[in-house]
Design a protein around this ligand. Structure first.
Ligand SMILES: *Cc1c(COP(=O)(O)O)cnc(C)c1O
Length: 359
């Protein structure tokens, strides 16, 4: 509330000192690079593509198992999405990505999604992308602060000589949320940060000078201030709590009807969601059972992006392989509640309820 008061009293609401200070803190938190705030996570992806010179006539490799805005960002940039399959964690499969890069021309960017808060294999995907002359853009909307055996989201810029870009969303339910919409990019150098700053603000390089066709996608001072002063300082505490809840679930849920998904690095995962798999034919029953017992659950995601009407209406989407793993997640995944302020007795109740299903 102090942050809200202060911004209110300052009379400066868009692109001021609070945004600049938040960008510095965010880059420091990620351990590398330059942060640029913007309007939302989808715009961050579009801006990342556009500063990489990717647009009409270019293809972008991504995953069909994600929130729709991953692909929408690609389409908004004017590029064509190409979909490849995921692995057993629901993350872009490096083998499928390699095959796509070998067989399809014109792929100039690879956008893996750190789904559920788990990091995709940035080493493998980064190497593949760069040897094919493509940029790697991490859709890190669900994974701020997450790690995979020491590799840090958005930190790929220092750990690898390649130049990666990471995109965050501050939608209120994300691990770091604003009090409204917000997003950011982590960029490897000052030059690309300057390009992103221009695009987010009408393509303006200096006042009233427009060198590129930009957009209006700015982070508000109010969001920057509340995140910098109240939320970012609590992020590590929240992540620790998410990880401890995940550990309780992973230890406590033992029923044979549920397949747990600890992810590639359960200690380092961001645990934005707690996904499990159930038999596809019984998923509706499981969801109804949870609801009847007062446990709110979700499905991430019920429809492959490549099968959405909006995408099919653009023509037959380019797909590599049969997307069998991604399809399996669509049919079988259920997300159990995970949130830093869930109480221990609530977690115990959820575990007991899940254990009793089908018993
Ligand atoms: C939330 C989300 C986005 C979009 O973020 P917005 O801020 O809502 O635009 C993109 N990708 C993934 C994986 C997300 O979860």
């Amino acid at each position: 509330m102090a942050a809200v008061e202060q911004v209110g009293a300052s009379g400066w609401y868009i692109l001021g000192q609070e945004v600049a200070a938040f960008e510095e803190d965010l880059a420091r938190y990620c351990g590398s690079g330059f942060a640029v705030g913007c309007g939302n996570g989808m715009d961050a992806l579009e801006i990342a593509l556009r500063i990489s010179g990717i647009g009409p006539g270019d293809r972008v490799l991504t995953t069909p198992l994600s929130a729709f805005p991953t692909t929408l960002g690609i389409l908004r940039a004017g590029a064509e999405p190409v979909f490849c399959d995921v692995d057993d964690h629901g993350l872009m499969d490096p083998a499928a990505a390699e095959f796509a890069l070998q067989t399809i021309d014109g792929i100039r960017a690879v956008i893996p999604v750190h789904l559920y808060g788990n990091l995709a294999d940035l080493d493998a995907l980064g190497t593949l992308a760069h040897s094919a002359g493509a940029v790697l853009i991490e859709d890190a909307a669900q994974a701020i602060g997450a790690q995979r055996f020491g590799a840090q989201v958005g930190g790929a810029t220092v750990q690898h000589p390649q130049k990666n870009i990471a995109c965050f969303s501050f939608y209120p339910t994300k691990n770091l949320g604003a009090v409204g919409d917000g997003g950011a990019l982590i960029l490897p150098d000052e030059l690309s940060a300057r390009a992103a700053r221009a695009i987010r603000n009408y393509g303006q390089t200096t006042r009233y000078v427009h060198d590129v066709i930009g957009m209006n996608s700015r982070l508000d001072e109010l969001h920057a201030s509340t995140m910098r002063k109240a939320f970012l300082p609590r992020l590590d505490f929240w992540l620790a709590r998410r990880r401890s809840i995940a550990r309780r679930y992973l230890n406590g849920i033992t029923t044979k009807h549920i397949t747990l998904l600890p992810g590639p690095d359960s200690q380092g995962g961001g645990w934005h969601l707690f996904p499990v798999l159930v038999e596809a034919a019984r998923r509706d029953d499981f969801l109804a059972y949870l609801e009847a017992n007062g446990v709110q659950a979700g499905v991430h995601y019920p429809i492959l992006i490549s099968e959405q009407k909006a995408i099919r209406d653009c023509g037959v989407p380019r797909i590599v392989g049969d997307l069998a793993h991604a399809r399996h997640f669509c049919e079988s995944e259920v997300s159990l509640p995970i949130h830093p302020y869930l109480r221990d007795d609530e977690i115990d109740y959820i575990i007991q309820t899940v254990q009793k299903w089908g018993a």
